[in-house]
Design a protein around this ligand. Structure first.
Ligand code: ZN
Length: 385
């Protein structure tokens, strides 16, 4: 186990507001602090806790926690912050610009590309959960869809929504050893986000959830529409009554075509039972501001691209996991994809109901390789847009 070994402390005078930018890299994490006035850098390192006091009002990014960091907290007087690092970080380097307005901190990884176990067991300060009351209601977009045109924002490919399946009171499928689908899906999704941030820092990557919290199916796509995302990727682990079922498959939206697809569809759609106020007897989606008829039109517009992304993901997974069974691209009627006004897919990484694959899902190497396979496919897809 490595440790942060640099201990230093220094101070200069300062004022103003400091904004913080987080730039993840394969060899560590770069933090850029920029101030409109002079920065006072005062850095104290205690074990894995690094306290930085620029002496100005600090604005920290609110939702993004890259994997080198367990957490961060703004000091009570707002003039500094403390970062808690994971043991993947070996040392800290820093430099201050000549005009004393930019402070760069580099948390260097012991070994490049070492991804620590992700954990959210600690109490998340304020878990980022999207507002489920969020409703998309831009009439110009609805009008475009009715004319069979794509959502206008898709012209520039700059935002991807990653959707870890289940969460909170909805555990998803549970493996024979008690592994929850919601946990493994979140871990893989966070890796996808972080690797995308590294490889294409100009893309905006947004999560429908980044902690163990419940988000309704409808809220997930409404959120993606609200953020004008260009791609929606839902990440899940599969389950089947037959405990020897294995392999990976990717779905895009349509009526389920085979009995197998219908089974997966029923399993994933059963989440709706966890929605407050949902009543299976009389629920229908007409209440939704965006009618599902319109969503169907949207998905027809994106059908080709959604299926092309699904194919690319399957190819990419097959390349990474030649020993696993490639179950192919399938079509099913997932509620979680139905409201998406952009190309969307649902990836079933492996079968959590199969004890071999449950063990695979418990391994960080496997989760990392799965995340990289998805990222490769997304970037190949983005090239074609
Ligand atoms: Zn699922």
């Amino acid at each position: 186990m490595s440790s942060v070994h640099l201990i230093f402390c220094m101070a200069v005078l300062a004022g103003g507001t400091v904004t913080t930018r987080i730039i993840p890299r394969y060899d560590g994490l770069l933090m850029e602090l920029t101030s409109d006035e002079t920065i006072t850098d005062s850095i104290t390192v205690t074990g894995y806790f690094v306290n930085v006091r620029p002496g100005n009002r600090v604005v920290m990014p609110d939702t993004y926690l890259p994997f080198w960091v367990c957490g961060w907290e703004t000091d009570a007087d707002s003039s500094g912050f403390t970062v808690e690092l994971t043991d993947a970080v070996d040392s800290l380097e820093y430099c201050l610009s000549e005009d004393n307005q930019v402070l760069l901190l580099f948390f260097r990884a012991a070994e490049p590309l070492v991804f620590p176990e992700l954990s959210w067991n600690g109490p998340p300060e304020e878990p980022f959960c999207i507002d489920s009351s969020l409703v998309y209601s831009d009439s110009s977009i609805i009008a475009a869809l009715e004319l069979g045109q794509q959502s206008p924002w898709l012209d520039d490919f700059d935002c991807i929504v990653i959707d870890p399946g289940h969460g909170g009171r909805d555990p998803g499928a549970v493996g024979p050893e008690g592994t929850y689908e919601k946990d493994r899906a979140l871990e893989i999704a966070l890796l996808v986000r972080d690797i995308l941030n590294i490889r294409r820092p100009e893309l905006e990557i947004v999560m429908t959830r980044s902690s163990d919290c419940y988000v309704s199916l409808g809220a997930r796509t409404r959120f993606a529409n609200e953020r004008k995302a260009d791609l929606f990727i839902s990440i899940h682990c599969n389950a089947a009554v037959n405990s020897s079922a294995n392999g990976f498959e990717t779905f895009f939206l349509s009526r389920a075509r085979s009995d197998d697809s219908r089974a997966v569809e029923m399993l994933e759609n059963s989440v709706i039972e966890y929605d407050e106020g949902y009543n299976t007897a009389n629920h229908d989606f007409r209440d939704d501001a965006l009618s599902f008829l319109l969503a169907d039109i949207a998905q027809n517009i994106y059908l080709e691209r959604s299926s092309s992304l699904a194919v690319t993901i399957q190819e990419s997974m097959a390349e990474r996991f030649p020993g696993s069974s490639n179950r192919g691209v399938k079509q099913a009627g997932f509620y979680v994809l139905r409201g998406a006004l952009m190309p969307s897919v649902l990836v079933e990484i492996a079968f959590i109901s199969n004890s071999n694959e449950e063990r695979m899902l418990q391994s960080l190497d496997f989760r990392l390789a799965s995340a990289e396979a998805i990222v490769d496919a997304v970037l190949a897809f983005a090239e074609k847009q």
